[in-house]
Write a protein that binds this ligand. Structure first.
Ligand SMILES: Nc1ncnc2c1ncn2[C@@H]1O[C@H](COP(=O)(O)OP(=O)(O)OP(=O)(O)O)[C@@H](O)[C@H]1O
Length: 260
């Protein structure tokens, strides 16, 4: 089936990941429908980041299969998955603090991601990357700080640079690992707007602890616990599920997340 007509952007099955005998993911299946935003929630250690790592090729799986637009990518390395349109942002801010926004974005697009030869890289390709960096900066609202060292930016704007790195290769499918982590209260709304903007025409799999953000942004929510999927449903279904209230949301109303 062609990428355009495939109903699931991501389809995982039987995913098991072990670290020195500790089972971090146990036979996990997860589909992310094309064009939708799906959130992974669950307590610390549930296996959410490990699942993103398995999908993006950053941890070896003991068993299981990962498909992107119906193609088996289980054995592809990270760069191969990136070339097929899978982008990824990280929980920990992963930027060169002394470098400018522009430099960070351009460096993100350097080899091996685009498979260029570093020493005789054509000059026009290098300037193309500069053009792309400016384009991405405009999308994530950073045109005014292109020449500022990242260290001088607020947490929210550093998050925007992080998101920009993931967008450099224009991925159709985006894995976002806690895009709100460390963002101050006054920047949550603007960071959420940013996520809404970048997910247009994309499929997003999101890990996030801020329940308000998860409930607003997601078409569907998958609840994980102890390396397994506990349940999946719409935000309303998850909010009202007794198991989720007991296991994760932690209060009678089910409106506040425990992050223990
Ligand atoms: N590289 C690793 N080596 C050993 N154990 C690991 C490694 N990565 C993750 N784990 C363990 O696997 C389990 C799942 O971790 P993971 O980071 O996927 O959880 P999470 O649901 O993303 O948690 P959080 O919400 O805290 O980010 C945890 O017990 C963690 O300690």
């Amino acid at each position: 089936m062609s990428a355009a007509s495939h109903t699931n952007a991501i389809a995982c099955s039987g995913v098991t990941v072990e670290f020195d005998g500790f089972v971090a993911l146990n036979d996990v299946a997860l589909d992310v429908p094309a064009g939708k935003t799906v959130a992974l929630i669950g307590p610390n250690g549930a296996g959410k980041t490990t699942l993103l790592n398995a999908i993006s090729g950053r941890v070896p799986m003991k068993s299981g299969r990962v498909e992107l637009w119906g193609d088996d990518i289980t054995r592809l390395p990270v760069a191969g998955r990136t070339r097929r349109g899978l982008g990824r942002s990280f929980q920990i801010i992963n930027l060169f603090q002394e470098m400018t926004t522009f430099e960070n974005l351009r460096v993100a697009a350097q080899p091996p991601r685009f498979n260029l030869q570093p020493f005789w890289r054509p000059v026009n390709r290098w300037s193309e990357l500069g053009d792309r960096a400016r384009e991405v900066a405009a999308v994530v609202g950073l045109s005014d700080v292109l020449d500022m060292p990242v260290a001088t930016l607020s947490h929210g704007r550093q998050r925007a640079v992080e998101l920009g790195l993931a967008l450099m290769a224009d991925p159709r499918v985006l894995l976002l690992d806690e895009p709100l982590a460390g963002v101050g209260h006054n920047e949550i709304a603007s960071t959420m707007e940013l996520i809404e903007r970048v997910r247009e025409n994309r499929t997003v799999l999101l890990v996030e602890h801020n329940m308000e953000v998860v409930m607003k942004l997601s078409d569907e929510i998958v609840v994980m616990m102890g390396g397994e999927v506990l349940m999946r449903g719409t935000p309303a279904e998850v909010r009202n599920d007794e198991r989720v209230k007991r296991a994760y949301l932690g209060d009678e109303e089910g409106t506040e997340a425990t992050h223990a």
